[in-house]
Design a protein around this ligand. Sequence first.
Ligand code: AMP
Ligand code: ZN
Length: 121
Amino acid sequence: MMDANERDCIFCRISRKEAPAEHVYEDETVFVIKDRFPKAPVHLLVIPRKHIARIDVLSSGDDGLIVHLFEVIRIIAATYRLEAGYRIIINSGAEGGQTVSHLHVHMIAGKCLGFREDAVR
Ligand code: AMP
Ligand code: ZN
């Protein structure tokens, strides 16, 4: 049975197609959408369908899922021809800048990214 977190979570709702998003990749366990407020010319979110609130609550049972998540990142990098490079970011918790409590990986590319805090703006 679905718990309240899964029922109301925006990324779970997008996964179930109850909320709109621009999907660029989908399979049984992972999907990829365009970020609604892109910080760079390419700003995608790689999201496991399973509701995992944040990276800290991953368990060893999720090992296969995480390996697959990184496979999808490589597929997307190839599809978008990101040979010049890209950045992946996982924000965790409020001070880490996490605003959606469902694990997701940002893929940001299409401009030169420095390492300053404001470099992706
Ligand atoms: P974070 O701050 O790391 O939790 O990232 C959440 C990201 O989700 C932000 O970059 C938002 O712009 C993005 N976002 C929130 N709601 C939606 C949505 N409905 N569709 C697409 N992206 C979204
Ligand atoms: Zn969720």
